[in-house]
Design a protein around this ligand. Structure first.
Ligand code: BV8
Length: 245
């Protein structure tokens, strides 16, 4: 059922009565903060690249300098962005509902900056550096075009999960458990194209959960009971308001 822009009457009550709500966010949840979504054309210098080409270990090994320039451009852009009303509403929902698990595909730290706690970072974090060889978190010299690992002297890389890389085990395990256990699965601002993140909704669909997606555009996913065709920065604060009605 697609509701254009409005919230089905049963949804606030379903959230209020839920023992456990699982929320998965994607790049669309940060769109109203001015952070380009993953598949939107990138602007300027980066417009000739597809993020999927750049966000890979192969691209990093081929030209670590290029990849560091891209991530540093994104760090600057995201650091200048502010959480939007959708981020704040999710942080508040977690305080008001019995139990809310927040899983994000985003690497922009905006949920944490909006006050969300225990965020499961399914694809890592843009602001963390890791040793490319050891995988350990490290702090390099940011003045270097390609920072080096202070422990082993190897290359440092951004602490995100690239295409072709596995999801951090704890994040994957905790996310699957929440998807299976939840009474409501709320997907916010994702095209549901990237796996295994997109598989979490399919996991929830195998149980008795109510599945809801919030996205102004239709996604290819067929597992959702309710699709709200609207922006998350509009709908999530409205949902919060309706909780008390
Ligand atoms: C892996 C970090 C095992 C980096 C990212 C099946 C099973 C397993 C794997 C695969 C599979 N099929 C294919 C694969 C491989 C691949 C994959 O899924 N490819 C896709 C392209 C088909 N998956 C992997 O490689 C994953 N690893 O599975 O390991 C393995 C190992 C080897 C070989 C095989 C398997 C790792 C994937 C992680 C990649 N890293 N990010 C970085 O950021 O630099 S993914 C990247 O895509 C971002 O994290 C982004 O969040 C994520 C998903 O995209 P979305 O968030 O949905 O963003 P998108 O732009 O697509 O959509 C935004 C949506 O928002 C739109 O629908 C739009 O309408 C909506 N929107 C816009 N404005 C708003 C809005 N919504 C609400 N409000 C608004 N205002």
């Amino acid at each position: 059922m697609t509701n254009v822009g409005d919230i089905p009457e049963a949804l606030p009550g379903a959230l209020r009565d839920a023992r456990h709500v699982c929320v998965l966010t994607g790049a669309g949840a940060s769109a109203e903060s001015g952070v380009p979504t993953f598949r939107e054309a990138q602007d300027g210098l980066w417009s000739r690249y597809s993020p999927q080409q750049l966000a890979t270990p192969e691209a990093f090994m081929a030209d670590p300098g290029l990849i560091w320039r891209w991530y540093r451009w994104r760090r600057k852009l995201v650091a200048a962005a502010e959480p939007n009303p959708g981020h704040y509403a999710l942080a508040e929902l977690a305080k008001r509902l019995s139990r809310l698990t927040l899983i994000t595909q985003n690497v922009d730290n905006l949920h944490q900056r909006a006050g969300s706690k225990d965020v499961i970072e399914f694809h890592g974090n843009l602001f963390v550096d890791r040793c490319f060889t050891e995988g350990t978190i490290a702090v390099g010299d940011d003045t270097q075009a390609v920072p080096k690992c202070p422990q082993c002297g190897g290359l440092l890389r951004p602490g995100v999960v690239w295409f072709g890389e596995t999801i951090p085990e704890a994040a994957l395990d905790e996310s699957c458990k929440a998807a299976v256990d939840c009474d409501v699965f709320l997907s916010v601002g994702t095209s549901s194209e990237v796996y295994p993140a997109a598989g979490l909704a399919e996991l929830a669909a195998e149980s008795t959960a109510l599945l809801v997606e919030i996205n102004p555009k239709p996604t290819g996913s067929t597992v959702f009971d309710i699709s709200i065709a609207a922006k998350s920065g509009i709908i999530l604060p409205k949902l919060l308001e309706l909780l008390d009605d």
